[in-house]
Design a protein around this ligand. Structure first.
Ligand code: CTP
Length: 410
């Protein structure tokens, strides 16, 4: 999703920086467009740093102040690229220009050029807001289908009290999400997600681990956060950045992951064990490096605690989703793990299948639910697979009457 955020001049312009962050947390790509007066309140550099994109400030912005062809048609390109235009804060002046179709800068030209939905969040002095001219302009915009996020009452920067304060960033972000069809269907969930491998030390330089990249777990954390859940991501060592908006707990050993999961699951509503947890660890890790002796070396291993099974004991209404990465007989093993681990859902994948399993960006999953429901999905990006798994988490909250239904999606 791509949104253009128009920032016009007002004390509330600094809040637009926070809005950029909120929209990014929803996975929205933000292109900032600033009016000249907005730049008196906040610099384009702030937005460029936040978005990693050039901020558009001029209608004609060629080198050394002269125009060039690319910049002259840029507003058309931006207009065609965006899914929505939101103007926050919107001054009385910008609202007036939008209402009358005056296009004397990039933002107002973009407004005329785009066919995407438009949202304005006004911010101004109370008298300016209540002035008949402004109210008439707002009425014109509303009649044209522009969504107005009404300003709040309160203390205004000019020293007066009344309506005119920019609506809260959450309210504006919510209006944007609603127009884009981004739903927060997991807003009541606190989900603990584990990801990546665990590492079991043999000595200070060597360890046992596996090939998990963490991609599936990180995709789940990202997807759940975007759908409004509070997410606690407990991760073994991987080469990925934690997604925005998730609480991050870094662990290394199975023991550490075990402790972190039980601690955080206590206050959560669901657990998704996407981590590839080591099943065995050395009985006696050495404090000093093991020296080569030329002799045969036998490592003695003991089994690690089963985190999922431990969390499942006394879980009550809380939902537990486990993974089964298999190399053969996938369905039998997956159904077996539903039982042995007391999980509500097992996400099974044949890691030997093409485009599935470790370190791929795609996965091929089949979901086995406790109530008998099964769903097989074709190969898809891990972020899409994550959404399908979360859809099932939702479905488990409202059990289907046809519990033995087997659904195959191909
Ligand atoms: N799991 C866990 N604690 C462990 C091992 C696994 O919580 N010590 C979780 C994994 O995160 C996964 C599920 O259990 O969600 C199944 O993991 P898997 O390794 O496939 O199953 P195992 O129980 O280890 O069985 P096996 O290795 O025999 O297939």
């Amino acid at each position: 999703m791509r949104v253009a955020l128009g920032v016009s001049g007002g004390v509330a312009a600094y809040k637009a920086a926070e809005l950029v962050r909120r929209l990014q947390q929803e996975g929205i790509d933000v292109q900032v467009v600033m009016t000249r007066s907005a730049q008196e309140f906040i610099t384009p550099l702030t937005f460029a740093a936040l978005t990693g994109q050039k901020v558009i400030t001029e209608l004609f912005s060629g080198e050394s102040g002269g125009a060039n062809v690319e910049s002259a048609i840029e507003h058309i390109a931006v207009a065609q690229r965006i899914d929505l235009l939101v103007v926050a804060p919107a001054t009385a002046n910008v609202i007036a220009k939008m209402a009358r179709g005056i296009s004397d800068d990039f933002l107002t030209t973009l407004y005329l050029a785009t066919t995407a939905p438009v949202i304005v969040a006004p911010a101004m002095n109370v008298n300016m807001w209540e002035h008949a001219a402004t109210q008439e302009n707002i009425g014109t915009l509303r009649a044209r289908g522009v969504h107005v996020v009404a300003p709040e009452e309160g203390y205004l920067a000019c020293g007066m009290t009344g309506a005119g304060r920019l609506a809260g960033v959450d309210a504006i972000a919510q209006a944007v999400c609603a127009r884009l069809g981004i739903e927060h269907d997991l807003r009541d969930e606190t989900i603990v997600v584990t990801a990546g491998p665990t590492c079991e030390d043999l000595d200070p330089v060597r360890y046992l681990t596996n090939r998990s990249s963490g991609k599936m777990g990180y995709a789940l954390a990202q997807a759940a956060a975007r759908r409004g859940a509070r997410v606690i991501l407990i991760s073994g060592p991987v080469r990925l950045d934690p997604p925005q908006g998730v609480e991050f707990v870094s662990v290394r050993s199975t023991e550490q992951m075990h402790r972190a999961v039980l601690q955080h699951f206590a206050g959560a509503t669901a657990l998704i064990m996407a981590a590839a947890v080591a099943d065995y660890r050395p009985i006696a890790p050495q404090a000093a490096k093991i020296k080569r002796t030329g002799e045969r070396l036998t490592l003695e291993l003991e089994s690690t605690p089963d985190i999922l099974a431990d969390a499942a004991r006394g879980k009550g209404e809380r939902i537990i989703i486990g993974f089964a990465a298999e190399t053969s007989d996938v369905a039998r093993h997956a159904r077996g793990k539903l039982e042995s681990k007391q999980a509500d859902l097992i996400v099974a994948n044949d890691v030997t299948a093409e485009g599935a399993g470790f370190d791929h960006d795609t996965n091929v999953i089949t979901l086995y639910a406790r109530d008998g429901r099964e769903q097989a999905f074709p190969r898809m990006p891990k972020i899409d697979a994550a959404h399908r798994i979360l859809d099932q988490l939702r479905a488990l909250r409202t059990p289907s009457p046809q519990i033995s239904e087997t659904q195959r999606v191909r």
